[in-house]
Structure formats: structure tokens, C-alpha cells
Write a protein that binds this ligand. Structure first.
Ligand SMILES: *Cc1c(COP(=O)(O)O)cnc(C)c1O
Length: 345
């Protein structure tokens, strides 16, 4: 696929912001005198602008993810990356994106913010992808297809063949949002960026990596697409504290893996406990760190839990989610309290 023809002309033709520090790329850590960026000279650990290329963090992340540093872009949360993707490819009031509801709400928000129409092709009743319907629409002005796998709020992963057929068959950019991939029994599709030049994978430190507070999203694609995203990215979008903390925590990858294991154990336990409640009607199969649970009356149960100080997400107004609450897997203690509370209702 010719990626350049998909990119907006204004993005192709513009030049990106040139940071004061672009001229001394590799010297950043040397003992130089910096009088170029109007920073305060008084050292307190945060008086300098962050590295706009995120060199150190990129090295660590690309190693963990087994890609090259030129195949990575960072955002202030995945949400920023999703927004950058829409802005690189979609002309306002002209191009469209495709999403598959029920899914992550930010795709629609980002489309609306950018004046881009969101064509919604609902998932089938079992939350699987309506592949043929998508490929039929692929010839319209739909520039980007957003696939969330494992999907939020349904929790299921999509069939790998469906995903690869869409990546190969869709005549535009395919974004696979893998925010929950670390909880999944399925493999990440990240290695497919090497052979599909229209594919962008997004992941995040917000879920399995336990760093929602620092806002670090990761995008993986080929160098060409990554360059376009970097071109329009706010230069200092990853702040010094975020980069520092991410480096520190990513050093403890064994702890992160251990905690993922704990969550998966708790998921199994929670399913078996919920299953015994007669007002629980269905527990959807989950490949993520949450369960979509169908109740007899979601609004009622939501309010009852809220009264007892337990906050879950009411998704009952989402398509295919009637009477469903989305429940995040907490600690063992939290989950026990949830079950105890539900039992008492
Ligand atoms: C939580 C979540 C994200 C993560 O967003 P961040 O901005 O990185 O915190 C992305 N996609 C989906 C589907 C999510 O549920």
C-alpha cells in the first residue's frame, strides 16, 4: 500500500517544529552549557525540557517489544497517539474512520474533535467482527479502521484470522489497539508491522504495567508512519517525570509479570464466584483485566454497589451490553469485598 497517498497533503508538506536542542542530538547528556531554550539555569531535576526524541525510553521499550527504535512513537497516553493518527491521515469534513461498537469511547470522541465522520459497524451478537461488512465499506473514504483487541468493554479478543484478513484486506490504515494484550491468551500482532505497512499497533503503560498515572502510550509501526506521527507530535509531549518513572518501573519487569499473573488468577476466581449468584445472568468471556457481566437489572445493581462504596462501570446503554456492568479485577481483598457485598444483596 502506498502510505504517502493516504497522508493529508498539509501534513506531507509542512515542516515540523524544530526544537532548540535538535542541533545537539547526541550530546544532550554531556556537560554543555545550555543557553538555547530559555530554561531556568537553576538545577532542580526538572528545569530542563525533556528529550523530544525520548531516546533513552525508546531504547528500553523497543528492546522489550522487539522492534527497532525507529518503529516506536510515544504519546501522552494512547489517547494522544490515536489523535495523532487521525490527524495525520484524515482531512476534516472529508475522510472517515470505521469503529466497531461497543468499543473504546475515545475513537468516536477523537473523530468528532477532528471533524471526521465515524462509521460504526457493530460487532456481531457474540462480539465477533463483521469482517465482510467492513471490507465492503473499505472502498469509501474510510481512511482508518480501529480494532480493539482485547476489546473494551466486551473483554474478548478477536479471532486472529479476522484481524489479519482485515489488515491485509482493508484499503487504509488499520490500528489495532492492544491496551489489554498483556492479559490475553492471544499473542500481540506487533510483529506484523514488519510485513504490513498499513498497520499501527498501540499499547499502553496504563493497564498491565500499572502506570496509568504517568500517561504513557506507545505506538508501533513502520518507520514511514512513525515519522509522520513524530512530525506532528507536540515535541515535549512526554515529560521528564514520566520518562524517568517509566524507566524505573520498566526495570522491574518481573514484578509486572507477577502482578499480571495475580490478576489472571483473580479473574478466574471472580468468574466462579459471580457464576453462583442468581442475579448474574451472563459473564462474558474475558481476555482482559475486567469482566463484562450481565445482571438482572444493571442500574439497580450498580446503585446498590455504589451505596456500599464499590464503583463499577455501567455499560448497559452500550450496544449489545444491555444490563451489563464492567468490573475491573482488583486485588484479592477488593474482589472478596465485592463478592461479599454482592452476596448480601
Ligand atoms: C485504557 C485504554 C487505553 C489506554 O489509554 P491511555 O491513554 O494509554 O491510558 C487505550 N485503549 C483502550 C481500549 C483502553 O481501554
Amino acid at each position: 500500500m502506498n502510505i504517502d497517498t493516504l497522508v493529508r497533503d498539509n501534513v506531507k508538506n509542512m515542516s515540523s517544529y524544530s526544537s532548540a536542542r535538535d542541533d545537539c542530538k547526541n550530546e544532550f547528556n554531556k556537560n554543555l552549557i545550555y543557553l538555547d531554550a530559555n530554561e531556568s539555569p537553576f538545577v532542580n531535576g526538572i528545569n530542563r525540557y525533556p528529550d523530544n526524541k525520548h531516546t533513552e525510553l525508546k531504547k528500553v521499550v523497543s528492546k522489550i517489544k522487539n522492534v527497532s527504535v525507529n518503529q516506536v512513537v510515544f504519546g501522552n497516553g494512547t489517547d494522544e497517539i490515536l489523535d495523532l493518527i487521525v490527524r495525520v491521515f484524515c482531512n476534516p469534513n472529508e475522510d472517515k474512520i470505521i469503529t466497531l461498537p461497543p468499543t473504546y469511547g475515545m475513537y468516536d470522541v477523537i473523530a468528532n474533535t477532528n471533524g471526521v465522520e465515524n462509521i460504526e459497524i457493530p460487532l456481531k451478537n457474540d462480539f465477533s467482527i463483521d469482517k465482510n461488512e467492513i471490507l465492503k465499506l473499505s472502498s469509501l473514504n474510510a481512511k482508518i479502521l480501529f480494532l480493539c483487541s482485547p476489546n473494551n468493554p466486551s473483554g474478548n479478543s478477536f479471532d486472529t484470522n479476522d484481524l489479519t484478513d482485515l489488515i491485509k484486506g482493508f484499503k487504509g490504515i488499520v490500528v489495532v489497539d492492544e491496551a489489554y494484550i498483556d492479559f490475553s491468551s492471544k499473542q500481540s500482532l506487533i510483529s506484523l508491522i514488519h510485513e504490513n505497512n498499513n498497520l499501527i499497533i498501540t499499547q499502553t503503560l496504563s493497564k498491565a504495567y500499572a502506570m496509568a498515572g504517568i500517561r504513557l502510550g506507545m505506538g508501533f509501526s513502520n518507520e514511514k508512519i512513525i515519522n509522520y506521527l513524530n512530525k506532528i507530535k507536540p515535541p515535549y509531549n512526554i515529560n521528564v517525570l514520566t520518562e524517568r518513572k517509566a524507566l524505573e518501573e520498566l526495570n522491574k519487569i518481573d514484578d509486572i509479570k507477577k502482578n499480571i499473573g495475580l490478576v489472571l488468577n483473580q479473574r478466574k476466581l471472580l468468574i466462579s464466584c459471580l457464576d453462583k449468584l442468581d442475579f448474574v445472568k451472563k459473564i462474558h468471556k474475558s481476555d482482559a483485566n475486567f469482566l463484562l457481566v450481565k445482571f438482572d437489572n444493571a442500574d439497580l445493581r450498580y446503585n446498590q454497589l455504589l451505596e456500599k462504596g464499590i464503583i463499577v462501570r455501567n455499560r448497559s446503554n452500550q450496544p449489545l451490553c444491555q444490563n451489563c456492568l464492567r468490573i475491573t479485577i482488583g486485588t484479592k481483598n477488593e474482589n472478596n469485598t465485592l463478592i461479599k457485598t454482592l452476596n448480601e444483596l
